[in-house]
Design a protein around this ligand. Structure first.
Ligand code: ADP
Ligand code: MG
Length: 379
């Protein structure tokens, strides 16, 4: 389906924004810590035409059974949006509500969404749709917001219009990503730096293994981990776990119960691994970060306990077949793992993982390569 088929005329402009993969830094975002995602070469496109009236109409190739959803700019409110259309309409609402944009004299749009970002695979199809739309509305309404502000608008919309309690990592990656580079984000200050990944020059690629395991415990498990982190920070007398360093772990072990201690140890060491990865990338290049990726996986498996057997099998199989590094990525309890691999070894490693899943009786994984790509743009 196309814009033309839905609305009966051609769109005026097209914007797109990518999904993302987090290279390292898991469950550090809500602890005010560090993350290191990159935008990927899978994008969501918003084809748009301005209207004369104040109506927003939205349709998606993802939902061809229903007619476009319509809402007037005078009716923008979270309780007027539901389903996937809230990811688009919520942006207009958040531009007004969070960024203070004056929409009183603006006209509406017809919007059509298409995407090759897999939904729910942990690659943030949600940020891809939010950020493409945010950049488009900002340009077309001439609001003059910068990309960091648009990332906050996307997060605000996801938190309050969609109702998902997520951090700002995904939107930052989708808006600030650059080709063959990672986005280093300090989740407390929201300072960002683009760091060269240089995979191409080093003959490397990132393989994604989507286990297709649904995040069955994702909601409950995520909340339990957040609670443990808050408890740990309070007991240690700091505002957030970001304020602890590896040297504080001795004291943490004496003070905390074993489970809370292991949750804290994951976050504190993971923050350090992000800093080490940034330094290593700058000083020695991507081939040197493999052991940090593996240590991150082990910490999530043993200390934070958010891995599943499928993710562990993907990581160990990739490593046994020559990957430079590998780890689960995303919130855990399912979803995807990544492996940093030599371009020539990609096929063999992908085959080995698929074979290992078959031998274990697991559902066939979806294995594909991603490249670090440019963030949201007008096409
Ligand atoms: P993830 O971000 O990991 O892919 P989320 O649950 O955060 O998973 O976001 C997925 C939701 O985003 C979908 O259920 C849908 O509501 C919305 N969405 C993503 N891509 C599209 C699309 N192309 N068209 C319509 N809605 C989309
Ligand atoms: Mg998401």
């Amino acid at each position: 389906m196309t814009f033309q088929q839905v609305y009966g005329y051609e769109p005026a402009v097209q914007y797109s924004a990518p999904g993302r993969v987090n290279l390292i830094g898991e469950h550090t975002d809500y602890n005010d810590g560090y993350v290191l995602p990159f935008a990927i070469d899978r994008r969501t496109t918003a084809s748009i035409a301005p209207r004369e009236d104040r109506v927003l109409r939205v349709a998606s190739a993802f939902d061809t059974d229903n007619p476009p959803v319509s809402l007037s700019l005078d009716e923008l409110a979270p309780d007027r949006m539901d389903g996937w259309s809230a990811y688009v309409l919520g942006i207009a609402w958040a531009l007004r509500e969070q960024a203070g944009a004056d929409l009183s004299d603006k006209t509406g749009f017809d919007v059509f969404i298409e995407s090759d970002v897999p939904v729910g695979a942990g690659l943030s199809s949600s940020a891809a749709i939010e950020c493409g739309v945010a950049l488009a509305f900002n340009d077309l309404w001439e609001l003059g917001l910068d990309r960091k502000s648009l990332a906050r608008v996307g997060q605000y919309s996801e938190n309050h219009a969609v109702g998902a309690p997520t951090g700002i990592m995904d939107q930052s990656a989708s808006l600030l990503g650059e080709q063959d580079a990672v986005v280093f984000l300090d989740c407390r200050t929201l300072d960002t730096a683009v760091v060269d990944l240089a995979l191409e020059a080093n003959g490397l690629e990132v393989l994604v293994v989507d286990t297709r395991v649904e995040h069955a415990h994702a909601t409950g498990g995520y909340k339990a981990r957040r609670d443990s982190c808050e408890r740990g920070a309070a007991a240690m007398g700091v505002e957030a776990l970001r304020d602890l360093s590896v040297d504080d772990l001795h004291r943490a072990q004496e003070l905390l119960d074993d489970e809370t201690f292991r949750r804290v140890r994951h976050v504190v060491t993971e923050d350090q691994r992000v800093l080490d990865t940034v330094r290593t990338l700058r000083e020695h290049g991507p081939r040197a970060i493999g052991s940090l990726l593996v240590a991150s996986h082990e910490s999530m498996r043993d200390d934070f306990e958010i891995s599943v057997p499928e993710l562990d099998l993907a990581v160990t199989t990739a490593m046994e077949h020559g990957a430079v590094g590998a780890r689960m990525t995303g919130g855990g309890f399912g979803g995807a793992a990544i492996a940093l691999v030599d371009q020539e070894a990609r096929g063999a490693i992908a085959d080995a993982v698929t074979a290992a899943f078959a031998a274990a009786g697991y559902r066939e994984p979806n294995v594909f390569t991603v490249h670090a790509a440019q963030g949201a743009r007008r096409d």
